[in-house]
Design a protein around this ligand. Sequence first.
Ligand code: OAD
Length: 251
Amino acid sequence: MQILAEFIKKIAEAKKVCVLTGAGISAESGVPTFRGSGESAVWKGMPVEEISSARMVTENLDEVWEWFDYRREVLKDCQPNHAHRALMLWESRLRENFLLVTQNVDGLHSQAGSRNILELHGNIQRLKCTKGCRLKYEMLPTEIPHSPDICDLCDAPLRPDVVLFGEMLPEGYFEYAVEFTRDCDLFLSIGTSAFVYPAAGLAEVAKRNGAFCVEINPEETPLSDIYDESLRGKAGEILPKLLGIETGHFH
Ligand code: OAD
């Protein structure tokens, strides 16, 4: 895909940038997306909205763990791709004027070296207590199935530290993202189907506040119309070109 020089210049001149990523940015790393191409992720006949729901944690935590351990198994062999790395380099140029808001729980952004990340939906390699105490536990990516199972403090079962359907985002995270986005001059959405709120709403905040809004996605999304530019293609191919980054430097 050819990207206009004028457009690349506009990106290079941006002073404050917010990037929102979704499952599509990790697709080229081998992580399956939830939606796209008319399919939706199904685990043992259950759509993702059901198996990844607050109700399932109460009713069938073992099944939830099976699904998350399966996802961790898939992730074990996945590495950050050119798109993750390009974002890390962009952050190193803009520093505190760059915020990466991700809906992904795969940890690939931090593995690529990004630092200023807001993991809106949590992290799949972390556990927390089902009683809601503040203790969190880290797992090694190779520790499959997960452990430990029980909270040291409450003796209650542990669950993945991710935001499930029917649950609130971690306190203050979205508010911080909105505040940052309000005075951005560039907002870039990468690899998200824009179906899940409040994350999807960040693009609307950016647009209302006058940011130049760009979407990278091989497919149209329900929010495509609000973007100033929609680049149709793969993040790992488009993003380095957009940022003028030579991918030969990446290993
Ligand atoms: P989805 O799986 O809904 O959407 C992935 C998007 O990525 C689709 O629009 C694809 O067209 C696009 N895509 C596929 N390959 C791509 C590539 N190589 N480059 C760029 N884009 C590509 O993922 P999300 O929007 O992240 O929530 O889903 C939002 C939330 O729904 C997830 O965080 C998760 C899920 O259920 C929770 O688990 C709470």
